[in-house]
Ligand binder design. Structure first.
Ligand SMILES: Nc1ncnc2c1ncn2[C@@H]1O[C@H](COP(=O)(O)OP(=O)(O)O)[C@@H](O)[C@H]1O
Ligand SMILES: [Mg+2]
Length: 316
């Protein structure tokens, strides 16, 4: 059976800038796939090619076996793309918006009313349904947008950074809505800059950086691929984290990096015993350490292992 989403060697340049440089994807029906990467990595450009909005310079892509260029009209009937809530009428209530969309998709008046009411319920918008959309919060907007998006019963949904800029509570509510979609069999390709979001939601994650997919796997496998444990060291105020990173490299051959306020240094260690040796070295050299901990690797650690020179562009 054809993949829900398949891409081979997709490329797209804007003038001289190569935004997407050879993207391959094979996403199964019913899968929730997260394309995870920093701003400018090429996520939206990839989605635009998969959703027929942009023509690839090179490569091919298909949705449920239909080519995004040759069979663009059929592809559009199979998909829904959110993040385009320009389609929502701010002057109408949530219920009126959904009723209108349902009518456009061929539902009778009675069925449209019932569907609108049902969707408001399942997206936690019962109370908001009778208010005009102009009064909605960012999170309510996105949920109504999702509800409108699934009205056409798409086989494949594209959610381009659906939670960027939302507060944690709204983000969780949107996650719930997305989980429900996938439970009902919809294939979802979601893009995000948030590691935690990909970890929470995705069956598989594709890390994208500078237009290329640099790793694809389940969150569990990605974390396991690091091997060993992560040593996190909190330095005392006034300590130079770069010096500590150099010391860990020269004394123990570890690729360490610093984070946040530069007072946290992290390194992957193959075994706990090495962590003890590292701390011993640091204390022996007179480094001022406030705290240290050994933990299982996170997606954050995977990201740093994959992009050692790129710094912390992706959020947690
Ligand atoms: N229409 C455009 N014209 C010129 N450059 C663009 C255009 N769209 C995107 N880009 C550039 O292509 C790169 C990838 O952009 P995009 O796909 O939007 O990344 P992401 O969605 O991961 O943030 C960026 O460097 C961006 O500035
Ligand atoms: Mg984008």
């Amino acid at each position: 059976m054809a993949y829900a989403i398949e891409a081979q060697g997709l490329r797209k340049s804007f003038q001289t800038h190569e935004a997407v440089r050879g993207v391959d994807l094979a996403i199964r029906q019913g899968e929730l796939f997260a394309l995870l990467g920093p701003n400018g990595a090429g996520k939206t450009t990839t989605i635009h090619m998969l959703t027929t909005l942009l023509r690839p310079d090179e490569g091919t892509a298909s949705i449920s076996g239909y080519d995004v260029v040759k069979d663009a009209t059929v592809v559009r009937r199979h998909i829904s793309v959110t993040g385009q809530y320009a389609a929502l009428d701010e002057g109408l209530t949530g219920w009126q918006n959904l009723t209108l969309f349902a009518g456009l998709h061929g539902y009778s008046r009675k069925d449209a009313h019932a569907l609108a009411t049902e969707l408001l319920g399942s997206f936690n918008l019962e109370d908001a349904g009778s208010r005009t959309v102009g009064t909605y919060s960012g999170g309510m907007h996105r949920r109504l947008d999702l509800a409108a998006g699934i009205l056409s019963a798409p086989q494949v949904m594209f959610l381009d950074e659906p939670t960027t800029g939302l507060d944690p509570q709204s983000r969780r509510e949107l996650w719930e809505a997305v989980r429900r979609l996938v439970k009902n069999g919809t294939t979802v390709l979601l893009t995000t800059q948030y590691l935690e979001e990909a970890d929470q939601l995705a069956d598989r994650i594709g890390f994208i950086a500078q237009g290329r997919i640099i790793a694809v796997d389940t969150p569990e496998q990605l974390k396991a691929s690091i091997g060993g444990k992560t040593l996190t060291i909190r330095l005392a105020e006034g300590t130079d984290s770069a010096d500590i990173c150099h010391l860990l490299a020269s004394e123990h051959g570890l690729a360490a990096h610093s984070e946040e306020d530069e007072l946290i240094v992290k390194a992957a260690v193959p075994e706990a015993a090495l962590a003890h040796a590292v701390i011993g070295t640091l204390i022996g050299q007179g480094a001022a350490i406030d705290d240290f901990a050994l933990s299982e690797p996170t997606l954050d650690d995977v990201y740093f292992a994959l992009t050692p020179n790129r710094g912390s562009e992706v959020g947690t």
